[in-house]
Write a protein that binds this ligand. Structure first.
Ligand code: SF4
Ligand code: SF4
Length: 120
């Protein structure tokens, strides 16, 4: 494990969570549901090689002022599994996204291109 966490000031990896969409959206109704979700502050959607995901932006309450973890010895397993060999200190996660929707307008624009009959 590289010691770069000690040099990483914004602790980006602890400032959001993601949740996989069980099934890739296909129908108009799927995208209408996503439009509702992405309309909420802090909620975003992306697609990468592993599928579609929701992102919930929000700093973990355990981040300490110096960027360390306040519950390090009891931190969740997903935090233990996270390797910093190649992490957001090196490149932002967004660089690996095939699609990225940060708000209603961005997803609506995609829906209008994907469905010729959107809104009719
Ligand atoms: S894993 Fe990467 S992004 Fe997270 S604190 Fe360490 S260096 Fe920063
Ligand atoms: S529990 Fe600790 S390691 Fe896990 S996200 Fe929160 S601050 Fe980061």
């Amino acid at each position: 494990m590289d010691d770069k966490c000690g040099r990483c000031t914004n602790t980006k990896c602890c400032t959001y969570i993601t949740e996989a969409l069980g099934v890739a959206p296909r129908a108009k109704s799927d995208f209408e549901h996503l439009l509702w979700q992405v309309s909420h502050q802090g909620v975003e959607i992306y697609k990468d090689e592993d599928g579609w995901f929701l992102i919930f932006q929000g700093r973990c309450e355990h981040i300490q002022p110096n960027g360390s973890c306040g519950i390090y010895d009891e931190r969740p397993q997903i935090c233990r599994d996270y390797e910093n060999d190649w992490c957001e200190f090196d490149a932002t996660a967004e660089e690996g996204f095939e699609l990225y929707f940060r708000n209603y307008a961005e997803l609506l624009s995609y829906c209008k291109k994907r469905f010729k009959t959107w809104g009719r």
